[in-house]
Design a protein around this ligand. Structure first.
Ligand SMILES: CC/C=C\C/C=C\C/C=C\C/C=C\C/C=C\C/C=C\C=C\C(=O)SCCNC(=O)CCNC(=O)[C@H](O)C(C)(C)COP(=O)(O)OP(=O)(O)OC[C@H]1O[C@@H](n2cnc3c(N)ncnc32)[C@H](O)[C@@H]1OP(=O)(O)O
Ligand code: FAD
Length: 660
């Protein structure tokens, strides 16, 4: 029985076409759909018991699933793209994520042709397992502050990897603790007693025969992390070196080379390319944000349509909580954000692929913008997603707090995204640096790409919004101009404040909070602009483009409402115009309402991937919640183990004193 079938009948767009729009193309949809079903129908990938397993059982279970996934990849001859989707739908962080997601990309981006030829075939056949060992106990954000040393020994043509202090212990790398045989280790290069910056080195950690750590290497897991199950399926590790020797050709040498004689040779490649793996991963994290947020939103939307509270008239049904305006005002902006992040991630991927191609041809001019966009959008989308998942839990009331809602584990697994691959504040400060530089160069350099609007700064500083009615806000030009003006005005104002400081670094430190706000406003402008640009494309299917248009305005006007202080303070909007935007937002919520279930069905998530009783496709929530309660190990017996030992004596004492 489909308890949501009435809801599904209300929608006025073609869901199958929307699935394709969400996936990006028909090919991408079919591929993803095939992998989702493959995983959902395979009992090895069951995951409901995960939060109840102890750490050792949990990790072993993850190893079993990873081995089974690898067997499927080999037996079914899956492509790299298919394998990626398969791992996604297995939905369990594992050492393989870092092997494929960072170890291999680090070698691809920073290795020489010779190094790639040697290491990539081994890694791609999984004959070695690698991780990305950058962060240390004492330093994560400050990469140049890393303490591990790689000292060149000209006599033996080797580097000596060493951890001179406790704080130089590598700390956090996923896959390092128990599984990796190799790591790309970031360390201070020391040649002839001189420090030559931080570089990556391929280091073997464990024997390929019996997996024991090699001499001079101390390695282990850093311990339990937030939440049951969740990210504890990952062996984040600690690593120390005691004068471990590696051949010279295991330094990743695309950026700098060390010769046999101990000479440093710089190629034309900028040293920032050493950070290139982070640019790649940050871009993928933006795509992951849309997946995580859409999962939470799918659960909260379906449950909000099932759940009824208050409002019964003449014995009729109570009101579906999705019909409360307050519920809509919390839920629909998140639904719109999931779509907005999906489309901006599509754009970011194309920007990244373009930069990658240019880098391969030794053309580096677009790297700073790629860094700013990946850093800023990673920060913006992960912050919104982490907050959004928690909001979805609240939108589901008490039942959202049950592990079987799927939301607690999703939250626990997701929130470190605000920290890994760069703390979100640190990353926004990088964007701010880029923007301040752009403003300071306006006189002699034409801003391009995502900062092109700064080229119109004079008019953006003068022109105020012309919107007169609520309908006036349903105009891409009016909305984009509002976001451009706010971002440009805030950036210029901040740059003027900075100019008052004799020492720019002192000014940057003092104005850091304002600078982060400037960076946020710039990143929000990018997301809004890319959503409108997406709507310019051919999007087939009845009512699909129209529904996306509604979501695009919801996203933009929700932000405008939330940050109306900025829009008012910069003088671009009057309070009347801000309130017209809010009135339009209310109208838009009413337009989303009949399509809400269809919009989350369009994510095409299987019940297995959602992992949520509240978010079940058929809406059959209550019987399934009731059934699941009885599957809890505590309900194996009517009288709990420990009762006779610890509780009964207390009860008896009460009866005894009652007699007295
Ligand atoms: C129920 C559910 C169950 C399961 C769900 C399943 C899956 C879970 C879901 C999601 C998980 C998905 C994916 C997981 C993915 C990853 C997680 C795992 C791994 C994480 C790995 C890591 O964290 S690796 C470590 C990352 N570390 C960092 O990011 C460190 C941050 N710090 C820095 O990047 C830099 O040091 C800095 C940016 C802070 C720079 O500091 P600064 O001192 O200013 O810099 P300098 O070194 O001096 O350089 C200055 C110039 O360089 C430019 N720059 C800086 N960075 C870059 C760059 N990356 N690219 C290009 N250019 C760069 C900077 O702009 C300066 O330029 P100028 O022109 O101004 O000189
Ligand atoms: C689940 C998880 C997986 C990880 N996986 C890996 C991995 O595979 N490989 C790896 O190498 N690393 C990994 N990391 C480490 C991760 O990359 C770092 O934790 C991250 O980069 C943040 O650095 P930090 O811990 O040094 O934070 P800190 O920099 O110490 O941050 C602490 C606080 O200080 C603030 N702060 C720091 N610097 C500044 C500044 N300049 N201005 C203003 N505020 C500042 C931050 O905003 C934050 O609030 C992982 C971390 C986690 C949680």
């Amino acid at each position: 029985m489909d308890y949501l079938s009435d809801e599904r009948k209300k929608s006025d767009f073609d869901v199958e076409a929307m699935k394709v729009a969400w996936a990006g193309s028909i090919q991408e949809f079919q591929l993803s759909d095939r992998m989702a079903k493959l995983v959902a129908n395979d009992p090895v990938f069951e995951k409901f018991t995960r939060p109840m397993l102890g750490r050792k059982e949990l990790l072993k279970n993850t190893l079993r699933k990873s081995a089974h996934a690898w067997k499927l990849i080999i037996d079914l001859r899956l492509s790299e793209e298919e394998a990626k989707w398969l791992r996604l739908y297995v939905d369990e962080p594992a050492y393989t994520d870092l092997h494929w997601g960072m170890f291999i990309p680090a070698i691809e981006g920073q290795g020489t042709e010779e190094q790639k030829k040697k290491w990539l075939p081994l890694a791609k056949k999984m004959q070695i397992i690698g991780c990305y060992a950058q962060t240390e106990l004492g330093h994560g954000s400050n990469v140049q502050g890393l303490e591990t040393t790689a000292t060149f020994d000209t006599r033996t043509d080797e580097f000596i990897m060493h951890s001179p202090t406790l704080t130089s212990s590598k700390w956090w790398p996923g896959g390092l603790g128990k599984l990796s045989t190799h790591a790309v280790v970031y360390a201070r290069l020391i040649v002839g007693g001189q420090f030559h910056g931080v570089h990556g080195f391929i280091v073997q950690l464990r024997s390929l025969e019996d997996h024991s750590p090699l001499p001079g290497i101390t390695v282990g897991d850093i311990g339990l992390k937030f939440g049951n199950g969740a990210y504890n399926t990952m062996d984040n590790g600690v690593l120390r070196f005691d004068h471990v020797r590696i051949p010279r050709n295991q330094m990743l040498m695309r950026v700098s080379q060390v010769t046999k004689e101990g000479k440093i040779m710089q190629s034309d490649v900028p040293r920032q390319l050493i950070y290139g793996t982070m640019v790649y991963v940050r871009q993928t994290i933006v795509a992951d944000a849309s997946k995580a947020l859409s999962r939470a939103v799918c659960i909260a939307t379906r449950y909000s349509a099932v759940r009824r509270q208050f409002g019964s008239r003449d014995g009729g049904p109570e009101t579906q909580v999705i019909d409360y305006k307050t519920q809509q005002s919390r839920l629909f902006p998140l639904l719109a954000s999931a779509y907005a992040f999906r489309f901006v991630s599509e754009w970011l991927k194309s920007l990244y692929l373009d930069v990658k191609q240019r880098l391969e041809a030794n053309e580096f001019s677009t790297l700073p913008e790629a860094h700013a966009c990946t850093a800023g959008l990673k920060s913006l989308t992960t912050t919104a997603t982490a907050d959004g998942i928690e909001e979805c839990r609240k939108l589901c009331g008490g039942h959202g707090y049950l592990v079987s809602s799927g939301l607690p584990e999703l939250f626990a697994v997701y929130i470190p995204a605000c920290t890994y691959e760069g703390d979100n504040v640190v990353l926004m400060l990088q964007v701010a640096r880029f923007l301040v530089k752009t403003v300071s160069e306006l006189g002699h350099k034409k801003p391009v790409g995502t900062t092109a609007y700064m080229g119109r700064v004079a008019s953006l500083m003068q022109k105020n919004s012309a919107v007169q009615t609520a309908e006036g806000w349903l105009n891409p030009g009016a909305v984009v101009e509002a976001f451009e003006s706010r971002a440009a005005r805030m950036a210029v104002r901040c740059a003027q404040e900075l100019a008052k400081f004799g020492n720019p670094e002192e000014g940057f430190a003092e104005l850091a909070v304002d600078l982060v706000e400037v960076a946020v406003s710039h990143c929000q402008l990018i997301v809004v602009t890319k959503f409108f640009e997406k709507l310019q494309q051919d999007i087939p299917g009845k009512g699909v483009k129209e529904s996306l248009e509604v979501l695009c305005y919801v996203y933009a006007l929700f932000l405008l409402h939330k940050h109306q202080g900025d829009f008012l303070a910069t003088g671009y909007l009057t309070p009347k115009q801000a309130s017209l935007a809010n009135a339009q937002l209310r109208t838009l919520y009413s337009k989303v309402r009949p399509n809400a279930i269809a919009l989350v069905d369009s994510f095409s998530y299987t019940d297995h991937y959602l992992g949520s009783i509240l978010g079940r496709y058929d809406g059959n929530v209550y019987p399934k919640l009731y059934e699941a309660a009885w599957e809890d190990p505590l309900n194996d017996s009517d009288v709990i183990d420990g009762f006779h030992q610890y509780v009964q004596p207390i009860l008896k004492q009460r009866l005894h004193s009652a007699k007295l």
